[in-house]
Design a protein around this ligand. Structure first.
Ligand code: URA
Length: 236
């Protein structure tokens, strides 16, 4: 793309005013000052104006899906299993949307999907420790001392899990329903934490990611994130 058009796409200035920025010698491409309006740039070139990075404004897509069990969290599956992408219908055909993180095949609940790779990396980065809230069902009554072990951390693959919050929501004489809040996202973490105390998770649903809540979103349906939800994720 021509440099003046590129700068305009970055929201810096109109195309005409962008030409002036170039001829004034205020624009650098990959560290080199350019003054020719014939300069073309590619998306991954490093363009700066007065030392400030210029990046094209993309209108990214941010979605929340209530993943049902029986779907895999990937954009395509060579084994032909159903993927979460199939639940989006054809509205976003041709857009490079991908899931943020992963839910197991048998896990349901809140899954974010986006075209915004930067945001995806930030949310998934262990440093940010965004909390994930799960509803978990276990057969029979789970004793407080068992839960206390999980809260303090158990060793999975030689590494102790971080402290987490666990609250008993109900026990109906057969099934214990719990809320588990963890700040990590290790592979099959919740299921394996309970396996480590010889308990099997018979139902697992993610109901929150940080301040985002699944709320009443129907199973298998999706919605676009609200502006304040996107802002919250971008501030991370
Ligand atoms: N923990 C699990 O065990 N599975 C998930 O899908 C998410 C968290």
């Amino acid at each position: 793309m021509r440099i003046n058009k590129y700068l305009a796409a970055c929201g810096f200035a109109s195309r005409r005013a962008s030409e002036q920025l170039v001829t004034d010698g205020r624009v650098k491409v990959n560290g080199k000052t350019i003054t020719s309006l014939a300069t073309s740039v590619e998306e991954d070139d490093m363009v700066t104006v007065d030392g400030k990075r210029a990046q094209p404004i993309h209108k990214h897509i941010y979605l929340m899906l209530n993943k049902p069990k029986g779907y895999i969290t990937t954009t395509s599956d060579e084994k032909g299993r159903k993927t979460v992408m199939e639940l989006l219908g054809n509205k976003f055909e041709g857009k490079r949307i991908f899931p943020v993180g992963r839910l197991d095949y048998d896990t349901e609940g809140l899954l974010l999907l986006t075209t915004d790779g930067d945001l995806c990396n930030r949310i998934s980065h262990p440093r940010n420790e965004i909390t994930k809230t799960y509803v978990v069902k276990i057969e029979n009554e789970v004793r407080e001392e068992e839960l206390e072990k999980l809260r303090q951390g158990v060793v999975l693959d030689g590494v102790k899990t971080k402290r987490c919050r666990i609250t008993v929501l109900s026990f109906d004489g057969k099934i214990t329903r719990l809320e588990v809040v963890i700040g990590e996202g290790r592979n099959r973490q919740v299921r394996r934490m309970f396996e480590s105390i010889n308990r099997e998770v018979i139902f697992l649903k993610r109901v929150g990611v940080g301040e985002l809540k699944l709320g009443g979103l129907g199973r298998g349906t999706w919605r676009e994130l609200k502006p304040r939800e996107i802002e919250y994720l971008q501030k991370m």
